[in-house]
Unconditional design. Structure first.
Length: 483
């Protein structure tokens, strides 16, 4: 099949989160199955033109009341022949930020920027003389495409649209004065699903207009149809429940493999775990902690946002991490950035607690070392559509301590201290006490059930989280949409 991925980001060209990794990895996995998959995305100011080839001519894109012109650059996803077309419109995309920057965290013209991207995707296909069987749009920036396909692009009537929801918490809600730029009649403001409390909601339009819907784990597909997790769109999603499929994301098995990881001081596998002990010692040195192989080490790599449960961990006066570090014989390291209050709290904790180490920011080598060197990985997300870090952790024999939600529920099986079964430690209600108690349970098992801990590590490392199975599910989903 011919499949065009329409996305605001893709690794390695632009990334703000897991969306970029998922788009690139899924595209390559589908390509390996023999499908003609291509990617279209913006060329942001942060994407250099060196190494890209430029297509001759311009794209001429008619928007409401104006004609936009853009150049197109072409690159390849790494280790593949899969083309990535980067739409070069300096007025919209010639900025370093993807969706905003420090001076303007959420660009006011975002609805115009990404409506243009969706319309430009059709003009790109015209220029390539290539018609997708499926336009696969991603998250709210791709929510415009299903509406254009249904109401404004008759030449592509035989094509189908799939909208993937990677995080329902981000919906692309903006003032409705941007709507005339979309070039759609006003009756479609309601009819195509854009209207949201007298504003524009790009994701809602995509949900209304797409031929098929997917999200990134089976549990999250069920959760977003409930008021608790539906972010006000649960009723709409229930009405389309028959068209909504949850397909678990995979991980890049080349980048995340403890047997071949280039960032690790020692490599290891299920057959020989000695390298994991060496990684633990290196991690303790890296974060200024005493080297002690017999002390359980908790690691965390996270955006420091409310979604990730940071209040329950680090909230001043009520977060549980300080109590964990004072009451339990353990060590804790954290790598991340985000909410300023949380960054300050973490720095203060590191100054007070001799068994707590931190680094504000992000470092790929440090992230890999934390995954490999930790005994347990802390992931108390308030909600988690899929999650990647728990899969990295399992692959590295690092047992997650996590909230049973979304993709965490789909990938982690809870410890059974009678039989030794399981691959992690789960709790059902996100409170500081629940995190504290579950961490305490993991510490107890570390000291009292070392044989079960080692068996859990090996069991976790044997799970197949590659993209191959997920790509097969998308292949079947595409086939159903175009049949």
């Amino acid at each position: 099949m011919h499949v065009l991925m329409v996305t605001s980001e893709a690794t390695p060209y632009a990334k703000s989160g897991g969306l970029a990794d998922a788009v690139s990895a899924l595209s390559k996995a589908l390509r390996r199955l023999g499908h003609d998959v291509r990617v279209v995305m913006p060329r942001y100011g942060s994407v250099p033109v060196e190494g890209l080839s430029r297509r001759e001519g311009e794209l001429v894109v008619e928007m409401g009341g104006s004609v936009e012109r853009a150049l197109v650059y072409k690159g390849l996803l790494p280790d593949s022949d899969l083309p990535v077309y980067l739409i070069d419109h300096p007025g919209f995309f010639g900025r370093d930020g993807l969706y905003g920057d420090k001076t303007e965290p959420d660009y006011a013209d975002n609805p115009r920027r990404f409506a243009f991207l969706s319309r430009a995707a059709f003009r790109l296909c015209d220029a390539l003389r290539w018609k997708p069987d499926v336009f696969h749009a991603h998250d709210w920036p791709g929510g415009f495409l299903p509406a254009y396909l249904r109401y404004a692009e008759p030449g592509y009537a035989s094509s189908a649209s799939l909208l993937s929801i990677h995080n329902l918490g981000y919906q692309g809600i903006y003032p409705k004065d941007a709507y005339p730029y979309f070039g759609l009649p006003w009756e479609l403001f309601h009819g195509a699903g854009f209207e949201y409390y007298d504003s524009i909601n790009a994701l809602k339009a995509g949900i209304v207009c797409a031929d098929g819907l997917s999200t990134v784990s089976p549990t999250y597909a069920r959760e977003i149809q409930t008021p608790e997790f539906g972010c006000t769109l649960d009723g709409l999603l229930r009405s389309r429940g028959a068209d909504l499929v949850g397909i678990l994301n995979g991980v890049d098995a080349q980048d995340w493999d403890p047997a071949h990881d280039r960032y690790l001081p020692a490599r290891y596998s299920t057959d020989d775990l000695r390298g994991k002990a060496a990684c633990k010692a290196a991690l303790q040195r890296e974060f200024g902690l005493p080297e002690d192989p017999d002390k359980p080490l908790f690691g965390m790599v996270s955006r420091l946002t409310d979604q990730k449960g940071i209040g329950e961990l680090f909230g001043p006066t009520y977060g549980c991490v300080e109590g964990m570090c004072r009451d339990m014989d353990l060590q804790f390291v954290v790598l991340g950035s985000g909410e300023p209050w949380c960054e300050r709290a973490i720095v203060e904790l590191a100054g007070r607690l001799p068994n707590f180490g931190s680094r504000i920011g992000y470092s790929e080598p440090a992230a890999h070392l934390i995954e490999a060197g930790s005994d347990f990985f802390m992931m108390p997300s308030r909600y988690e559509p899929c999650g990647l870090n728990q899969m990295y952790s399992l692959r590295y024999g690092t047992l997650p301590v996590a909230h049973r939600t979304g993709g965490l529920a789909d990938t982690i099986s809870n410890f059974d201290q009678d039989s030794g079964a399981g691959t992690g430690f789960l709790f059902d209600c996100l409170t500081p006490r629940a995190v504290y108690d579950t961490a305490g349970w993991a510490v107890w098992a570390f000291y009292n059930r070392p044989g079960q801990i080692e068996a859990m590590r090996k069991r976790a490392m044997a799970i197949d989280f590659s993209w191959a199975a997920s790509a097969r599910e998308y292949e079947s989903l595409y086939a159903g949409l175009v049949s």
